[in-house]
Design a protein around this ligand. Structure first.
Ligand code: 2RA
Length: 292
């Protein structure tokens, strides 16, 4: 049995992580608080925020062979692989001890881009996100239930703090994490991130420009055959994505003036593939590869 220690079990991601791991063969789940662990585990998975994750990585260093961190604390560190198993599992090497799982909005975006990357030179991508309240955790879900909350029956064009350059922290994450996961250091990402009055499942409206003209049949085939993606002609909404493992791509169309541009809409359960499920899939990958 592979011993997996979950830290942050009380949060939405921690709870969902436990459910996801119950479906992974040969895993024995242990629950940990934020204090120094009292026993060794094969893998520690930190379902915690940045300041806690930073401290916990140090605490677990001597107690876990691998640490998977769900926060943004380590995602952009050069020696820390930022992994989506369908896209870049090879980023995990024999030297790896700490693995970061990406931001939810980035995950939906790069799943679609990764499907197209083998056939097209991806130059720039514009998106506007419609992010569910669950992305802000239990506290935001409770706050939003109050009719006086700005999030109640509203949409708020700010996710995370607004930085000096005018971008939100969520927007900055999507730029740099996309480049790192896809190994496309020059792709231009133009994000706009918005919180909407939807309980669960994020959506993104995306416009993508490549160096080549898009062949729409080829695009449909690439999107349909990529593991973890569902391409459909139907109109998909967050209600359809809620509780599902896959990232949905719909409303695909070529630009009316420029054949090198396509537009599409993405829907993904931000707590599943956008967080806990991706972490569980990393654990599954380590087990499958005999790394633990
Ligand atoms: C959000 N991306 O939706 C965040 C969750 N980490 O607020």
């Amino acid at each position: 049995m592979v011993k997996v220690g979950i830290v942050g079990i009380k949060g939405i991601v921690g709870q969902t992580m436990k459910i996801c791991l119950q479906n992974v063969k040969n895993v024995e789940i242990k629950e940990f608080g934020r204090e120094t662990p009292t026993e060794d585990v094969d893998i520690a998975v930190l379902c915690t925020d940045n300041p806690d994750s930073k401290i916990l990585v140090e605490k677990f260093e001597d107690y876990a062979k691998y640490i998977i961190d769900m926060s943004s604390e380590f995602r952009l560190k050069e020696d820390v692989p930022l992994v989506i198993p369908e896209i870049n599992p090879e980023a995990i090497t024999k030297k790896t001890r700490l693995i970061a799982s990406p931001n939810c909005t980035t995950t939906a975006l790069v799943m679609a881009l990764a499907a197209l990357k083998p056939a097209y030179t991806l130059d720039e991508v514009f998106f506007c996100s419609y992010q569910a309240i669950s992305g802000g955790g239990k506290k935001l879900l409770e706050e939003t239930a109050n009719p006086k909350s700005v999030y109640h029956k509203n949409c708020v064009p700010q996710i995370g703090g607004i930085l000096e350059n005018g971008f939100s922290s969520e927007e900055m994450k999507s730029i740099y994490e996309t480049r790192k996961i896809l190994s496309l250091p020059n792709i231009k990402v133009y994000p706009h991130t918005v919180r909407v009055f939807v309980e669960n499942a994020h959506s993104l409206g995306v416009t993508l420009r490549a160096a080549e003209k898009f062949d729409m049949e080829k695009v449909r085939n690439l999107l349909s055959s990529f593991e973890g993606l569902v391409y459909t002609n139907e109109v998909i909404t967050p209600k359809d994505g809620d509780g599902k493992d896959e990232v949905f791509v719909c409303r695909l169309r070529q630009d009316i003036e420029n054949p090198k541009i396509i537009h599409f809409f993405l829907v993904m359960d931000n707590i599943l593939k956008g967080a806990a499920l991706n972490g569980a899939q990393i654990i599954e990958y380590l087990i499958k590869k005999g790394m633990v």
